[in-house]
Design a protein around this ligand. Sequence first.
Ligand code: NAP
Length: 323
Amino acid sequence: MMQTAYRTAYGPPEVLTVRDVPVPEPGAGEILVRVHAATVNRTDCGALWGKPYVFRFFVGWPRPREVATGTDFAGEVVATGPDVTQFSVGDRVMGFHDHNLGSHAQYLRVSVRRAIARIPDGVGFETAAASMEGAHYARNFLDRMPLRPGDRVLVYGATGAIGSAAIALLKHAGAQVTAVCAEPHRDAVAALGADRVLDYTRAPFTEQLRGETFVAVLDAVGKSRFSACRPLLGENGIYASSELGPRGENIFLALAAPAMRGPKVRFPIPTDIARSLELVVPLLAQGAFRPLIDRRYALADIRQAFAYVASGQKIGNVILTLA
Ligand SMILES: NC(=O)c1ccc[n+]([C@@H]2O[C@H](COP(=O)([O-])OP(=O)(O)OC[C@H]3O[C@@H](n4cnc5c(N)ncnc54)[C@H](OP(=O)(O)O)[C@@H]3O)[C@@H](O)[C@H]2O)c1
């Protein structure tokens, strides 16, 4: 038997319980992973609440396809099904799927067609688990920002899972990073490699930076607007936000971008998780990507973990320990 997060309907953390269920058997093309760590992240919140509603078409309609929440995992392969040649028992692996895997469980049966990578030697399970969700979205944003070494980029929401990962990936790309966060998190953000850190609680960052220009502004927390950031962007500048914006304006501005003069909005639909892992895993191995980890929760406390993550105040990544 194993312990798993369990729910049969969408709703707040109260719909979740922890139950004992049989350990699944891997089928053809599947591996069984003993999960050591996963994160509880904002994508998980979408899969728990079933919001936005359209997300239910990907994670299950009218009720969740998987009883367990959980989009990412780091653990050890303990069994392989027929036809599996890519992985062997004993491999340390990490993986992510933004449409919910059911990885908030002690064991996870997962198809090898999913984006799964070997965890580099010397990298712990918690670090591996915290290196996927935010990094995947950050990579998608950065791919839509043609950058050259030395380009100046602003990251607002630098403490979040996406923002903190973006800083590391931008530094890897050679960008000059100005990061915006609240004063208590200044040191954590500076430690990620940001060249300059601004406190948005002192004054709006758009005021503090008046007269300066950036090649790109990434609002990784979705709290700004293109109209407010436009003066900070050069002629060919790019604005990207992790949220749709008021009345979904970021979608419309991105669609209108080809017809617009001056700075443009990009709103990428995140794709290609395997490509994100191909970027991040070698950086993890080199010690060039160190995810920001906030709190750790045991599976028994998963409701509290979700409540904290849904507050919008977590710093980087929240770990669920399952070992
Ligand atoms: N577009 C997509 O595909 C996609 C995918 C996943 C998530 N999202 C969305 O992207 C956003 C970020 O996700 P995440 O997981 O990176 O976030 P997160 O980790 O929950 O971000 C939390 C951080 O945001 C900062 N913050 C909170 N309110 C703020 C404000 N008013 N101004 C500036 N910073 C503020 C806080 O740090 P400070 O106290 O230091 O400011 C906090 O540490 C969420 O809205 C999420 O729903 C979008």
